[in-house]
Design a protein around this ligand. Sequence first.
Ligand code: AMP
Length: 190
Amino acid sequence: MINIIFFGPPGAGKGTQAKIISEYLNLSHLSTGEILRKKILEKDNLAIELKKIMSSGKLVSDDILNSIVFSRLTNEKDKGFILDGYPRSLAQAKYLNDCLKKINYKIDFIFNIQINFNILKDRILKRSSEESRDDDKIDVIETRYSEYLNTTEKVSQFYKEQNPNIFFDIDGKLKISQITKEIKEILKKS
Ligand code: AMP
């Protein structure tokens, strides 16, 4: 059983790779962005609040994310999992750490897909015409990217310092199939 975290800015392709690798290894794919987008469809008070925050490009509160991840991890941990989009803040990283300790699980691989802002902008705008996501508009992309730089990048750097042996930087400019190949090679070697 393997547990993996994917890091990377919005549009780097972490969701695509997380999906491919979760199917390849038969792991639970926990995409917090997807889980939140499904919650918005419920149209209750929480949904209204989530829609407002997500369509602005800001991060949703740690409490909401931690409770979502806690219940999904407790239910699906036995299969092994991929975390895609979580943890995104140091408070979430600390919560995850405590949570994993409690259930006696550990992270085996961390993949950090890196890519520069200009390529990201083009990709996200292309995705916006295909998937019509509220947060794939040009003005929101800049907020999402600065949330990444100000908050989430610090989390991935923290993991890199703490876990250099299981942390792998991946070049997000490569084609989807090349990135998948590189990830599979790393998984096979270890
Ligand atoms: P994503 O699909 O991962 O790009 O996430 C879309 C949006 O969902 C983000 O811009 C945030 O508003 C929200 N979100 C997803 N995961 C998290 C998280 N771990 N912490 C806070 N907000 C999140």
